[in-house]
Design a protein around this ligand. Structure first.
Ligand code: SF4
Length: 320
């Protein structure tokens, strides 16, 4: 216990959100790297962080994965894997031209958005893509269609300022890891401004993102502090942080237990929530609970708002 911050004798109640942590797309991407290492030996190259989590990336590096920014860094003849966020079409095309043995770990739910983008452009529509500029998933999705056929929309202001290309019907699609509430507001604004705009039949925000946000909404109003375990460049972790704050709790984004400042656990904190972004392993959740237990006596309660059974098939090259 830190003497500078006298703690309450009352046990700290920990509300642990469920679902939390790894989703089926992240599980699959990590398994692809591990299977590739077993099948092809070391090193196996991975273009970009396979998922946005340093602990996961460091663990795979230790097993022989080499992470690179661009294909040019992959030597001829070596296997290369594309990350769960997806890549522009030009990347596998370039890999094929070089004769590289490439494997695609793009989450099937991201690939589904890619195919929708192709279909809408083929139908002659201009797409408004709701997402965050610079995120790898956005770069990958924009790169599925001819330049100029998609416009990125990040806010209600962007909707208000958008000038449609003359004579073109409109469609919208979304990044998979957005805030459910913010996205609903942007879609409503799009539909109000462009009543004929075409959208996907079902929500593009993925089940894992929606479920984790719903779980945080459930616990946050009961908490004085919510710890979100995840990386600052992980979109769905950042959204969990925002959802917790909007639901009325102070929130902190942490990557590991070491990031916990004992001063956060002052006497005003009687109930503390814990969740983890879709790229954060369960092991880090246990590490955080253990650390909190060192700082105060704790009582752990899990709040389950949904059960997840989604799994995705592996690429054929790895199961033959
Ligand atoms: S967060 Fe959703 S879209 Fe992203 S990898 Fe997981 S399941 Fe796929």
């Amino acid at each position: 216990m830190n003497a500078a911050f006298p703690m309450s004798d009352q046990p700290l109640k920990l509300l642990v959100a469920a679902p939390r942590g790894f989703c089926a797309g992240v599980d699959r991407a990590i398994e692809i790297v591990e299977l590739a290492l077993t099948r092809y030996g070391t090193p196996v190259y991975v273009r970009h962080e396979i998922v946005h989590n340093r602990y996961v990336v460091d663990g795979l590096k230790a097993k022989g994965a080499v992470f690179v920014d661009e294909l040019d860094e992959v030597p001829d003849g070596m296997p290369v894997i594309f990350s769960a966020h997806g890549v522009p079409k030009s990347v596998p095309e370039k890999a094929s031209v070089r004769g590289l043995n490439w494997l695609d770990a793009t989450c099937p739910l991201v690939s589904k958005v890619h195919r929708q983008a192709e279909r809408q452009v083929k139908a002659g529509r201009h797409i408004l893509f709701i997402g965050h500029e610079g995120h790898p998933e956005v770069i990958g999705t924009l790169g599925q269609v001819v330049e100029g056929s998609m416009t990125l929309v990040e806010s209600l202001d962007d909707v208000a300022q958008f000038t449609p290309p003359p004579g073109r019907e409109l469609a919208y699609l979304t990044q998979t890891t957005l805030s459910v509430d913010d996205t609903a507001a942007i879609i409503a604004a799009l539909k109000s401004r462009f009543p004929d705009i075409v959208g996907p039949k079902a929500e593009d925000i993925c089940y894992a993102t929606s479920n984790r946000q719903a779980a945080v909404k459930e616990i946050a109003p009961q908490c004085q502090l919510v710890l979100v375990i995840g990386a600052p460049n992980s979109s769905n972790s950042m959204r969990l942080f925002e959802v917790a704050e909007r639901a009325g709790s102070r929130s902190m984004l942490i990557q590991r237990a070491d990031d916990i400042d004992p001063a956060w656990l002052d006497n005003d904190v009687a109930v503390l929530g814990i969740t983890a972004g879709a790229s954060a392993p369960e092991r880090l959740v246990h590490e955080v609970i253990d650390r909190l237990g060192e700082l105060r006596s704790v009582r752990v309660e899990q709040i389950v708002t949904a059960r997840e059974t989604v799994t995705f098939k592996l690429p054929q090259q790895l199961v033959d």
